[in-house]
Design a protein around this ligand. Structure first.
Ligand code: GLC
Length: 427
């Protein structure tokens, strides 16, 4: 298909997946509003309908909990095609939500929306600013009670990179003996060899039950969650988001929020440095219960470049690694090290490419002075979509589309990578 037709198709996908003020990732497989999907969807809408982009941000932040958390799923309308649904999470909000969060990319996107049309977006940017500051503050307290500059995730789904090999070992300590019988819905939509294994799903559900039994109380979860891991992706994305929040607050004249975000960013910058592993040769996740770094690299290893502030000697190790990865596959960037034996080109987050991760990596590379590599990744992303369509993910080996089709955030990234965007500097 020609690019102009793909532009139209991308817009059509966003319109079709629009359920009235919020957008589902794809019909069937993911029939609700997902957190970081909505943020990227807003970026896509911004290419042709800035009002609709702000509406998406508004509906996402309307799901914010009283304690500041912005949930990973908002169950806007009951739909039995997805499991685990509202009753499994046992939360008390209306509409119901899941009990966990997702990568906080929203502040970065909100800053973009504001910068596109500052006067027009001012009122909505001010409202979003307050909600985002509360969400980031929640991360700093609920998920970093010890103040070490690393926020924990309590479930692999909070990483947004659900099935990474990084989670295998921390998950191995999760007791599944109380998980009763249940019926998966994901494998009714997508081939099982592209989805997590049953033993992983059992652990996912055991962690949901843990949170539910503890009424999603942050203190109880911090004290006892069997899964308590500093994901390099979430920490890098939050650091970038804090920097963008500080810049947005500055532009809107809110010095209190600007100061708070800057302080939180400084702490995260120190924490992120501690995710560097010489043994793995990059930034990795850290199991905070056992003080164990992951031993393999994922695409998350490159996200500190997106966060900004990576020391030169570390960047000098990351860039050749990325080039090496790109030499090993036809398309980049694989979600997991393509030279590692655990690499699987089509199974969820163990190899396939996600357009949103490519967008962040390309932003980071461009900001760090590697425009050539950033371009290569954008070119690959567009080539994948041209070849296979707007799939959820793609095989780095042959470019085939995996997972759900007509996927909102893939359409959004197509539009974001083709539309001119304001340059947002990070430190
Ligand atoms: C999967 C992905 C997650 C995403 C969701 C909806 O669960 O792992 O990152 O938000 O699908 O697209």
């Amino acid at each position: 298909m020609e690019d102009t037709k793909l532009d139209l198709r991308a817009k059509e996908i966003l319109r079709t997946n629009d359920r009235g003020g919020y957008t589902v990732p794809t019909a069937g497989l993911y029939p609700y509003q997902w957190n970081w999907d909505s943020a990227f969807v807003a970026l896509g809408f911004a290419a042709f309908d800035i009002d609709r982009a702000w509406t998406e941000v508004g509906s996402l932040l309307a799901g914010q909990w009283p304690d500041g958390m912005v949930p990973h799923i908002i169950f806007q309308r009951v739909d039995d095609s997805y499991f685990p649904g509202p009753d499994q999470w046992g939360t008390t909000t209306s509409p119901p939500t899941s009990g966990i969060t997702q990568p906080p990319v929203a502040a970065t996107i909100v800053r973009r929306l504001h910068d596109l049309e500052p006067a027009k977006g001012r009122r909505r940017a001010e409202a979003a600013l307050v909600a985002l500051d509360r969400w980031h503050e929640w991360f700093a307290t609920a998920r970093d009670p010890a103040g070490r500059g690393l926020v924990a995730i309590i479930h692999p789904w909070e990483s947004g990179r659900d099935n990474l090999p990084d989670w295998d070992r921390p998950l191995s300590f999760v007791d599944t003996s109380k998980v009763g019988a249940y019926e998966r819905r994901d494998t009714q939509h997508v081939a099982a060899d592209q989805r997590p294994h049953q033993h992983e799903y059992d652990r996912y559900l055991a962690l949901v039950a843990f949170g539910r039994d503890n009424h999603w109380d942050p203190a109880a979860i911090a004290a006892g969650s069997p899964f308590w891991v500093a994901d390099v992706g979430v920490n890098a994305i939050l650091l970038r988001a804090e920097r963008d929040l500080a810049a947005l607050a500055g532009a809107l004249g809110d010095s209190d929020i600007a100061d708070r975000a800057t302080r939180r960013a400084e702490r995260l910058q120190d924490g992120l440095a501690s995710l560097w592993s010489d043994a793995a040769g990059g930034y990795v996740s850290l199991d905070l219960r056992r003080e164990e770094h992951a031993t393999t690299l994922s695409a998350g290893a490159f996200l500190p470049l997106y966060a900004g502030g990576v020391p030169a000697d570390r960047a000098e190790r990351l860039i050749p690694t990325l080039r090496h990865w790109l030499d090993a596959v036809r398309y980049g960037v694989p979600s997991f090290d393509p030279t590692d034996p655990q690499f699987d080109p089509i199974r969820y987050w163990r190899g396939p490419i996600w357009a949103v991760v490519n967008w962040m990596i390309a932003e980071g590379l461009a900001g760090a002075g590697h425009a050539d590599l950033a371009d290569r990744i954008r070119v690959d992303t567009r080539a994948l979509i041209r070849q296979s369509g707007f799939y959820e993910s793609f095989s780095p080996i042959d470019g085939r589309g995996c997972g759900g089709k007509d996927f909102s955030w893939t359409a959004a990234i197509w539009l974001a990578m083709t539309a001119p965007a304001p340059v947002a500097a990070v430190a």
